[in-house]
Ligand binder design. Structure first.
Ligand SMILES: [Zn+2]
Length: 185
C-alpha cells in the first residue's frame, strides 16, 4: 500500500484519505506530507499540512480493537477473553481424547464468529451455546458435560432427550474433522 506520493506529498482527496480539521484554523483541507509505519506496524502515522494556513500536525490511524463485553446472568459485565472460552472447552474435554489444537481452533472460531456478529455485549448464554455447538462436533461426552452445566436442564427428561439425540448423530473423530468434506456433494 503506497501512502506517499513520488514527490513525498500526497493530496488527501486523490488518495482517498479523508482530510482532518486543522487544529489551528479549523480548515477542512490538508495534504499528507509523510506517512509511515508506527507501533511496529499496528498504526500509521501521518504528517499533514493544512492547505490554508500551512500548519503541520500528526494523525495516527490504528486498527480498532473492539472490546467485547460478556453480559452475565447476574447483569455483571466483564471483558470477553478467548482464554476463558478455551478454558471452558478444556474443562469440558478433561480426560477426553481431544487434542488441544482442536480446542484452540474451536476457541478461535468462536471468537471470530462472535466478532462478526458485531455485538459489543454478548450474553454469556450466547457464548455457552456457541461452545456447545463446537463440542457437539468434537466430543459427545464433553458436549453433554458442558450442556448439563450451561443449558441448566430443567428436568432429567430433557437431559435424557439430549443424550438420545446425540446417539442418533453420526460420530466424528476429533482429530479428523470432516466438517467441510461432509458438506460437499
Ligand atoms: Zn490551518
Amino acid at each position: 500500500m503506497v501512502l506517499v506520493g513520488f514527490d513525498g506529498t500526497t493530496c488527501c482527496g486523490s488518495m482517498g484519505l479523508s482530510p482532518m480539521k486543522c487544529p489551528r484554523c479549523n480548515c477542512l483541507d490538508d495534504k499528507v506530507v509523510d506517512s509511515r509505519m508506527a507501533k511496529d506496524g499496528a498504526a500509521i502515522r501521518r504528517r499533514r499540512q493544512c492547505t490554508d494556513c500551512g500548519h503541520r500536525f500528526t494523525t495516527y490511524e490504528e486498527i480498532e480493537e473492539l472490546e467485547m463485553l460478556v453480559a452475565k446472568q447476574n447483569n455483571a459485565r466483564e471483558p470477553f477473553e478467548r482464554s476463558k472460552v478455551l478454558a471452558g472447552l478444556r474443562k469440558a474435554c478433561q480426560k477426553r481424547p481431544v487434542a488441544i489444537e482442536v480446542l484452540e481452533t474451536a476457541a478461535k472460531e468462536i471468537c471470530s464468529e462472535l466478532a462478526e456478529e458485531g455485538r459489543r455485549e454478548i450474553p454469556s448464554k450466547h457464548i455457552g451455546l456457541k461452545v456447545m455447538e463446537k463440542l457437539q462436533d468434537i466430543d459427545s461426552v464433553a458436549y453433554v458435560r458442558f450442556a448439563s452445566v450451561y443449558r441448566q436442564f430443567q428436568a432429567v427428561g430433557e437431559f435424557i432427550e439430549e443424550i438420545e439425540h446425540l446417539e442418533k448423530r453420526p460420530q466424528r473423530t476429533p482429530l479428523q474433522p470432516d466438517l467441510f468434506e461432509s458438506k460437499s456433494p
